[in-house]
Structure formats: C-alpha cells, structure tokens
Design a protein around this ligand. Structure first.
Ligand SMILES: Nc1ccn([C@@H]2O[C@H](COP(=O)(O)OP(=O)(O)OP(=O)(O)O)[C@@H](O)[C@H]2O)c(=O)n1
Ligand SMILES: C[C@](O)(CO)[C@H](O)COP(=O)(O)O
Length: 228
C-alpha cells in the first residue's frame, strides 16, 4: 500500500537567528518550535510515518524522543539541508511511488488545512509539488551596486514553502542528478525541476513562515495564538 511519509529536516544550527540554541528548540507560547511542527503532522490521519532528522551530537532531541514514541528520530543530519534530506531518504525503506513530504522543522505554523489541500490536490500526480504563497510585494531585481535593474512581474511569482511532496523515486533521482552535476539547491523542488519534470504549486492559504530571524518567532507566536 502506498505510504505518505514526512521527513522533517531538524539539523540546522540557526546561524541567522543567532540564539544560544538551535531555533527549532526555542520556546514558542506553551511549547517549542519543533513541538508545533510535529503536532500538525501527528494529527493528520493520512500521514503514515514521521521522521525527524537531527545532528548526530544533538542533545536537545532526547526530550522529544521520550515525548513522541510514534515519531522516528534519526541522527543523520548533514552539512547542508539537502544532505540531511538525502541521508534520511537513503535510510528509510520506501517504494518508488510512496509520497515523501519534506517539511522544515522551522516552519512551525504549518496549518493542517494546507497540508490536506496539498495531499488532495496531488493525490493522482505522477511527480509532486510544493506549498507556496503568492508574492504580494512589488519585486525588484538589483545589480551589484544595489540599483534596481528591473521590476519583476509579481503575478507569476510564488514563494516556495514546505511541505514539498514528491514520489520517492523521483525525488531521489533529482537529488542524485544535482549531486552528480554539482548543482547547489535550497529546496527539493529544485532537484526535481533539474530533471526537467513539472512540479505543481499548491497555494498556501494560511501563514506558514520559516523561522529564520528573531522577529519571525514573534510573528509565529501571533499566528499560532490567533488559531487557539
Ligand atoms: N544542515 C542542515 C541545515 C538546515 N536544516 C534544517 O532545514 C530547515 C530550514 O533551514 P534553515 O532555516 O536554513 O535552518 P538553519 O540552517 O538552521 O538556519 P541558518 O541557515 O540561519 O543557519 C531547518 O528546519 C533546519 O533545521 C537541516 O536539517 N540540516
Ligand atoms: C525549503 C525552503 O524552506 C523553501 O523556501 C527554503 O529553501 C529553505 O532555505 P534555508 O536557507 O535552508 O532556510
């Protein structure tokens, strides 16, 4: 039977956030960033397995291991997010057509309704797709001197989010291709696009920011508090 598995890259150091601990372990309202992320996927019946990927020497994860007996915690974090994801895929037993949803641990506001829409809209898709939000600001391309060289048509621009959901064999093929061609990527869709495959976009309807800088945590707290 085809499975839906979630891989949560959770092995970053949060250098841009610059906190004493990795941002995914920071307190957020009455939980932590990672708690909020896990809660969404644990409550989704369509998800068969959840994997959290942390660094080998991560000492914060032990508390989560004891609190989430049904979640799989793998100490397979890599130097890059892409490497973390690849390490997990190489470890997990998957059939070619199983769905793999990759979701940043740092995107703790992910709403179950957006994930459900992603699962529904891509149900019969051969390749997969991503959650993304329409650009709302006017977009400028800038040269090395900081001068605007052109305004980009924002009506065709989406900001990629996660989950990014792909058939397992296609995702692995894309990651292999990018590694062979030494192509640096920052999301899973780029790996699949590099194969020339069409990647679908599912518009997110609920705020789903990535915690990158300190202000993002305040924004996330207001989003989550508004949903209580
Ligand atoms: N080697 C890495 C780097 C990042 N991530 C994860 O990928 C997600 C998105 O990455 P990002 O926001 O860049 O997190 P960090 O790499 O921790 O942040 P920074 O780039 O500021 O150091 C995060 O949940 C992070 O934990 C990971 O699993 N392995
Ligand atoms: C995967 C991602 O969240 C899509 O927007 C983004 O590319 C992650 O970038 P990061 O620099 O690893 O946070």
């Amino acid at each position: 039977m085809m499975k839906h598995i979630v891989i949560i890259p959770c092995a970053g150091t949060g250098s841009r956030f610059n906190a004493p601990i990795a941002k995914q372990y920071l307190p957020l309202l009455d939980k932590t960033v990672l708690d909020w992320t896990l809660q969404t996927f644990i409550n989704l019946k369509m998800i068969n397995e959840i994997y959290v990927i942390c660094q080998r020497d991560d000492s914060y994860i032990d508390d989560y291991i004891s609190r989430y007996p049904n979640v799989n915690f793998l100490r397979l974090g890599g130097i890059t997010r892409t490497e973390t994801v690849r390490n997990a895929l190489e470890h997990i037993e998957l059939e070619d057509n199983d769905w793999v949803l990759v979701h940043d641990a740092a995107r703790c506001c992910i709403d179950h309704r957006d994930v459900e829409q992603l699962l529904i809209q891509l149900k019969n898709h051969e390749i997969g797709g991503i959650l993304a939000s329409k650009a709302t600001d006017t977009l400028k391309q800038v040269d090395a001197d900081g001068n605007i060289v052109k305004t980009i048509d924002r009506t065709v621009i989406y900001q990629a989010q996660t989950p990014q959901m792909f058939r397992s064999h296609i995702l692995m093929s894309g990651l292999d291709y990018c590694r062979e061609k030494n192509i640096t990527i920052t999301d899973e869709a780029s790996a699949v696009e590099a194969l020339g495959s069409k990647v679908s976009v599912v518009e997110s309807l609920y705020s789903n920011p990535k915690i990158t800088y300190p202000d993002d945590l305040l924004f996330a707290a207001s989003i989550l508090a508004s949903r209580l």
